[in-house]
Design a protein around this ligand. Structure first.
Ligand code: FMN
Length: 128
């Protein structure tokens, strides 16, 4: 693909190369499913330290996500300062209280009930 315009830089795309899958589509799908079914919404966190290298690698993985016009309209912020984490928790809990006390529909609250969640976000200060 080309933009065919001398006044524009060439499109930055990865060239297509014939792909030879190492497994059948079914095996590939099963392997992918085996990874994905281990994903969970996490509501409890360890306070064990996480190295900057790990954080950078995780952010690099997140940064591979597609975005409209490849604008990558995100900003990642890693917070270690306990005082800042406390501020974030306070702000988040304010919004969550609004949600639980006013914004959420009765049906939504009923659906949340079995999960045992509420406005409290203690983990925002625990997660490293
Ligand atoms: C848009 C969205 C909103 C969610 N809202 C809440 C929420 O308010 N409280 C909560 O505890 N989990 C919330 N979750 C997580 C879901 O409850 C969770 O994905 C679902 O129970 C399935 O569990 P799993 O993610 O561990 O597979 C939300 C997930 C999404 C995608």
């Amino acid at each position: 693909m080309s933009n065919n315009r001398a006044d524009l830089p060439p499109l930055c795309t990865v060239p297509y190369s014939p792909y030879k899958p190492p497994h059948s589509p079914l095996v590939a799908a099963q392997r992918f499913y085996d990874i994905m079914r281990q994903r969970r919404s996490v509501r409890f966190f360890s306070d064990a330290p996480v190295s900057e290298e790990v954080i950078r690698t995780i952010v690099a993985a997140a940064g591979t996500a597609p975005s409209g016009a490849n604008k990558q309209p995100w900003r990642f912020v890693a917070v270690r300062d306990p005082a800042v984490k406390k501020e974030i928790r306070t702000a988040a809990e304010f919004e969550e209280r609004e949600f639980y006390d006013r914004r959420a529909s009765p049906q939504w609250l009923a659906d949340l009930a079995p999960l045992g969640t509420d406005w409290n976000k203690e983990y925002l200060e625990i997660a490293p």
